[in-house]
Design a protein around this ligand. Sequence first.
Ligand SMILES: [Fe+2]
Length: 442
Amino acid sequence: MKQITPTFSVEEQLTPEAIEAAVAAGYTTIVNNRPDGEKPDQPTAAACARRAAALGATYHHIPTPGNRLDPGAIDAFPSAIDDATGPVLAHCRTGQRSLMLWLVTQIRSGAMTSGEATALAREHGFGTAALDEWLERPRAPAAAPNVDGFFDASTFSVQYVVSDPATGRCAIIDPVLDYDEKSGATATHSADAILAHIRDQGLQVDWILDTHPHADHFSAAAYLREQTGAPTAIGEHVVDVQALWKDLYGFGDEIAGDGSQWDRLFADGDRFRIGDLEASVMFSPGHTLASITYVIGDAAFVHDTIFMPDFGTARADFPGGSATQLWRSMQAILALPDDTRLFVGHDYMPNGRAPRWESSVREQKASNPHLAGEMDEASYVNLRDGRDRTLPMPKLILHALQVNIRGGRLPEPDARGRRILRIPLDALGGAEWDRKNAKAEA
Ligand SMILES: [Fe+2]
């Protein structure tokens, strides 16, 4: 047996007796990756499943033939691991296919780079042909949506309309509701400009999507839903963000904490369609607890993870943020095909250049100073945390979160019909006088 982590080991073909020994040793889940009947003397999966069930262990048969990684097995393997209540023992004939499936799972989730996965396999004495083949797999070119970016100069944020050229269906991503903090005025100029573009192009709105609850602007999702009737969506972990910020603001039942402000809460791996375009969701925490990336055809909307290659990456010091998680989320994004177009959530126009918001996986890997070259998780976390200690809070963070955890709705009016924001004092760190950079990033 080869123990890969404290909760995952691989083994050669198991007999029912060996399953009994494994369960006695503490394994709660057995995964069999070998198709039945490869050899005449091989115990059947059904016999092994019966023995495991009698012992109270969970048994999964996720066969992948020969020395290849079957796409169905690749898709089924992660949930067998995620659902396990204790250590998992996976086997095939030699343990090699099981380890390769586990490594692909790690690469797809961003927990490991392909180089780390290959090195780990070698360390345990396994060949990596199947993994190499998967890494170099030919991929059908993904459909290319039309993407129009709308730059909001007052918050340096980018709003998107992504549309299917074949059907004219579209989604709006990260729309801004205008807010002037000096006068307390709100307006819909930015959102109306998006609606005008949609009308001009003859598009139909299928979705209004947010990548995360923003700290620098109000979301226009609720307004756009009223105007278009299209459903709103965000990542399912928004409920954790609601809990965190409700506590910070001292809100009670006036804000529901169950995500019911959106029509759909997306989990990692969820799929949906925009016309004929396939869209999928990657959970990308780090900047916030709830951040997600939308992958739509050959375009990924990476929001506040990776910024333009001449700038770097998003900060990870808001409540619930984590530089380690952000690094892992970015590695998962960089595991997308090199030609994937990456659309960022902000651009801070370094050295006074004009705003830009589109790059590619290839460009980011080659030249982003936070990602390229020798950068690894430990050095990134060091760099990120160091830089974050110098950045003041975004000026609208306390204004914005109370609107955005309501799905972009303003507070209910009081008896006189006034809507009042609440600003908790001395509840959030990062006062400007403790930070040396003048300019905040979001
Ligand atoms: Fe953000």
